[in-house]
Design a protein around this ligand. Structure first.
Ligand SMILES: *[C@@H]1O[C@H](CO)[C@@H](O)[C@H](O)[C@H]1NC(C)=O
Length: 169
């Protein structure tokens, strides 16, 4: 009886410690990124973060970028179907290419693979490319298009992810 109470206490204590230490890891990690609030909000929204090491946190961030980039692509495709102006259509088509072929088919998968293989330099490069592509898309629309906030969110998340990945180098 006594020993099982003791055991329960030990297990309870170590579980608490694990929780504390991973909450701290999110906090500590996010302090080293350019956008603490976005970083903490994004990581805490994913249950995997509570048990993740820094590589795991980087993977959660990259998955979030992937989801945002997919939403951006959907939005662009939606607009393409309703925009009559040929100039806008041409610009949008270009950014379908950028998000589909560059961000979603190249940058993100190569970053994920590199993180899993323990090659942070290569992962960082992929994520920086994604950020630059989102920025270029934003600039092309003069920062005032229906997809500005999509581009900016992809870019902001990428800067955070890049800073987290840099901690692994
Ligand atoms: C962009 O991020 C802001 C702040 O987190 C959020 O309120 C907004 O809904 C996001 N926009 C898109 C298109 O995801």
């Amino acid at each position: 009886m006594r020993s099982s109470v003791f055991l329960l206490c030990v297990v309870g204590l170590s579980l608490t410690q694990i929780q504390f230490s991973s909450a701290d890891l999110v906090d500590q990690t996010c302090k080293q990124t350019p956008n603490y609030d976005l970083c903490v909000k994004t990581l805490r929204a994913d249950p995997r973060s509570s048990k993740a090491d820094v590589t795991g946190l980087a993977l959660v961030m990259v998955d979030t970028i992937k989801a945002k980039a997919t939403a951006t692509l959907d939005r662009i495709n939606g607009l393409l179907g309703t925009t009559p102006d040929p100039k806008t259509k041409a610009a949008l088509s270009h950014f379908v290419e950028l998000y589909d072929n560059a961000v979603l088919k190249a940058d993100i998968p190569s970053a994920i693979e590199a993180l899993k293989k323990g090659n942070p330099k290569f992962a960082e490069q992929g994520i920086n490319d994604a950020a630059n592509e989102a920025d270029s898309c934003d600039r092309a629309f003069g920062g005032a298009s229906p997809i500005t906030s999509f581009n900016r969110n992809v870019s902001d998340l990428s800067r955070v992810a890049s800073a987290i990945i840099r901690l692994l180098s």
